[in-house]
Design a protein around this ligand. Structure first.
Ligand SMILES: Cc1ncc(COP(=O)(O)O)c(C=O)c1O
Length: 394
């Protein structure tokens, strides 16, 4: 492992643990437990006097490789791999709060993330205030003496709002609170929340990190002190661990992450530009475009646009459904970050549980569709949109 390596090199080599056989591809250590040479060796391992694994619920070699590779990419000291993105989000938040604490979260969150802070946390006496996270003054106004955690996604799902991570981190530091960033939409290639001042980063590794529709997974990254003091015992005793088989899949995913994200972003950006000029399209929201409402913050904190595009059709739900049904290459799916281009209608799928009012606040209308661009040929995708739009009534 070298600190001077750039991401494309880190993602192929960092964290590799070679066995005595010298294998090229990382080995899958599909084991629940580990054996000890003697009773004394077991005692020493449990006392923490010797290095080594104890039980796969809290550490195993293939997971270790994935966690170390993620740490190198993210610039984090520690990582813990989880069975899904939601396991990562839930653990990262709940491990550091107790009854009587207060969370401030952006209201524009993936549906399940919003449920965790808005519905689950209050059941355990943890208060939550949701704010329009685009404006720093809203975060500041929501602070209470018991505020412990700020939680946000940026860009947000599905309307790609952008939040000033450095600004939120500054406010959090003033009161000793921690900022948790769900960095799924930005990807670790385009945005480094820890460098911007956030304290904890979480991913649904299901998305771009696997990127090939195979495994569910998640990861939490932070500094060693925070992990030791907050996450370690929670992770060990509540058991959200990732399977070593999944960790292996994700190690393979990481090797090609920069290539995939580059092609997906190029496709997303060209499709966004094409759609912005189409008469049946009311609006395109794309972080890489100059007309993005927070283009200044995008320029400040992101190294690239996005693999996702939010599209508002003039013809409402009827037009959104007609477009989805007419697309041939682009598949209808609520998933994202995949090598295959995917389109979803948030109002009837991912965000259907929100009230009409909450959806309106987030800019999700019947005519909103979210495209996750894949790695297919750009011209084929644009031609697919052209033939599908032709079938949408004006
Ligand atoms: C922004 C965001 N965070 C978290 C999740 C949850 O991830 P998972 O499905 O891996 O649990 C998703 C998607 O499902 C997401 O889009």
């Amino acid at each position: 492992m070298s600190k001077t390596w750039r991401p494309a090199t880190q993602l192929v080599h960092d964290g590799s643990l070679r066995s005595q056989y010298g294998e090229t591809s990382e080995a899958i250590y599909l084991t629940q437990g580990f054996v000890y040479e003697s009773a004394e060796a077991a005692e020493a391992r449990f006392k923490g006097e010797t290095e080594g694994y104890i039980y796969a619920r809290y550490g195993s070699p293939t997971n270790d490789m994935f966690e170390k590779r993620m740490c190198a990419l993210e610039g984090a000291e520690e990582a813990r791999a989880t069975a899904s993105g939601m396991a990562a989000v839930t653990a990262a938040i709940l491990c550091q709060v107790k009854a009587g604490d207060h969370i401030v979260a952006a209201r524009a969150l993936f549906g399940s993330c919003r449920w965790v802070v808005e519905t689950l946390a209050p059941k355990y006496g943890i208060e939550c205030t949701l704010v329009d996270g685009r404006y720093l003054e809203n975060w500041e106004k929501a602070i209470r003496p018991n505020t412990k955690v700020f939680f946000l996604e940026s860009p947000t799902n599905p309307t790609l709002e952008v939040i000033d991570i450095a600004g939120v981190a500054k406010l959090a530091n003033q009161i000793g609170a921690k900022v948790v960033v769900d960095n799924v939409f930005a990807t670790p290639i385009f945005q480094k929340p820890l460098e911007l001042g956030a304290h904890i980063v979480v991913y649904s590794a299901t998305k771009h990190i696997d990127g090939q529709g195979r495994s569910l997974g998640g990861v939490i990254l932070s500094d060693r002190e925070w992990v030791n003091e907050n996450l370690q015992d929670y992770y060990r005793h509540t058991g959200p661990a990732m399977s070593p088989f999944t960790a292996w899949t994700l190690l393979k995913g990481l090797e090609t992450l920069p290539l995939r994200v580059k092609q997906q972003t190029e496709n997303a950006s060209k499709i966004a530009d094409y759609l912005a000029d189409q008469p049946k399209v009311a609006k395109v929201i794309y972080p890489g475009r100059k007309d993005h409402p927070q283009a200044d913050i995008v320029a400040k904190q992101m190294k690239g646009g996005s693999t996702l595009v939010a599209i508002e059709l003039k013809g409402g739900k009827e037009a959104a459904f007609a477009l989805q049904n007419a697309l041939k290459i682009v598949k209808i799916s609520n998933n994202l970050g995949d090598a295959k281009s995917l389109i979803t209608h948030p109002a009837t799928t991912t965000h259907k549980n929100l009230s009409d009012e909450a959806r309106a606040e987030l800019g999700i209308s019947g005519g909103t569709v979210r495209l996750s661009a894949g790695i297919e040929d750009t011209d084929d995708l644009i031609e697919d949109f052209a033939q599908a739009l032709a079938k949408v009534k004006a």
